[in-house]
Design a protein around this ligand. Sequence first.
Ligand code: SF4
Ligand code: SF4
Length: 90
Amino acid sequence: MSLAASSSRRRGEPDLIHTVIKEPTMAMKIIADECTACGDCKPACPTKSITEKGGVFRIAADTCTECDGDADSPQCLAVCPAGDNCIVYL
Ligand code: SF4
Ligand code: SF4
């Protein structure tokens, strides 16, 4: 087998660098199995990131700030009566 046939890269051509730099996500997530759909978290959210549809509560990860700038800790987590495993960090 020739070397040329074993590689699609041409001589002198730099290797492509496939580097994905993942920013840490600043968001919380509601674990559906733990949520009792009480609704307490929704009005507590300063960024209106919590929505409810058909009794299922969700946090929009693209707008949730973990309450950074609004409170010392995630307010949804502070008011949630379902325990520490209901609203978790993404
Ligand atoms: S952490 Fe704060 S901003 Fe994010 S969903 Fe909970 S209350 Fe809203
Ligand atoms: S406060 Fe907790 S149990 Fe109540 S709706 Fe929000 S996530 Fe669910």
